[in-house]
Design a protein around this ligand. Structure first.
Ligand SMILES: Nc1ncnc2c1ncn2[C@@H]1O[C@H](COP(=O)(O)OP(=O)(O)OP(=O)(O)O)[C@@H](O)[C@H]1O
Length: 242
């Protein structure tokens, strides 16, 4: 469904992405891992048309993504959540959720929003302004807004960042059940190895803009390149964030 082929982007002398190739299949959760600065967010920014790759192609259902205007991506079925949240602080949780439906036909939007809020356990705070709600709650509001666009490909940028242990466990179960019910594919950028290896069907690891691993979640911890670049050896794994 998503084909990333030989994608490269340079910022001055920094090769943020350097010939990256992989694909995402319908309904698949693909974990994208790697150390800080590896190029993960840059790849999201290429897919969502914030950055234009210096080289390579990005195809969604065979269509050249680079010919689709950024504001039409949601209508095509690609939505994202942001690492540091991108909500309207003075709008209510319900209104923020509705904002995710702007690419959709008006009919049935409100009932869909309530259905999603119910699903994400947000009904009790639906009429409260986003500002002031706990971080873990706001992360779910981001997810609710992204789901309003009926995504076929959901880009999740560090959804577990800043969450407590039990919230991360809940998030993992929630993401899998949402994927099972709504049928989207997800590209999951995440440093929390328990989450990413626990729920991904397939994993790609980047380091210095290059793909250093592609394969099963189980193979990640056995892979010398990933261990050297990111995970470290047991007990000396200083670069594994969590
Ligand atoms: N707009 C930009 N201008 C210059 N350099 C940039 C820009 N965006 C990203 N970079 C550089 O590209 C490299 C990749 O950064 P990126 O944010 O994609 O890494 P990341 O894997 O998402 O890291 P993290 O896990 O910390 O979020 C870094 O060296 C970063 O400084």
């Amino acid at each position: 469904m998503l084909d990333v082929t030989d994608v490269a982007i340079h910022f001055g002398g920094v090769r943020a992405l350097d010939g990256v190739t992989f694909g995402v299949e319908p309904g698949q959760i693909l974990g994208l891992i790697g150390p800080n600065g590896a190029g993960k967010t840059t790849l999201f920014n290429c897919i969502t048309r914030i950055y234009r790759p210096t080289a390579g192609t990005l195809r969604f259902d065979g269509e050249d993504l680079l010919t689709i205007a950024p504001h039409r991506l949601a209508k095509k079925g690609i939505t994202r959540t942001f690492q540091n949240l991108a909500l309207f602080s003075t709008l209510s949780v319900f209104e923020n959720t509705m904002a995710g439906g702007v690419s959709q036909k008006n009919r049935g939007l409100r009932s869909r929003a309530w259905e999603i809020l119910e699903r994400l356990d947000l009904v009790d705070v639906a009429l409260e302004p986003a500002a002031g709600l706990p971080f873990g709650t706001l992360k779910r509001v981001e997810l609710a807004r992204a789901l309003m666009a009926r995504p076929r490909l959901l880009l999740l940028d560090e959804p577990a960042g800043g969450l407590t242990h039990s919230e991360v466990d809940d998030l993992g179960r929630l993401l899998v059940s949402l994927r099972d019910d709504y049928g989207f594919a997800a590209l999951l950028v995440e440093h929390h190895m328990g989450l990413v290896l626990g729920i991904s069907d397939h994993v790609v690891a980047l380091d210095f803009g290059q793909k250093i691993y592609e394969g099963t979640p189980a193979g990640v911890r056995e892979d010398d390149a990933v261990v050297a670049a990111y995970l470290g050896r047991p007990k000396t794994g200083a670069r594994e964030a969590r």
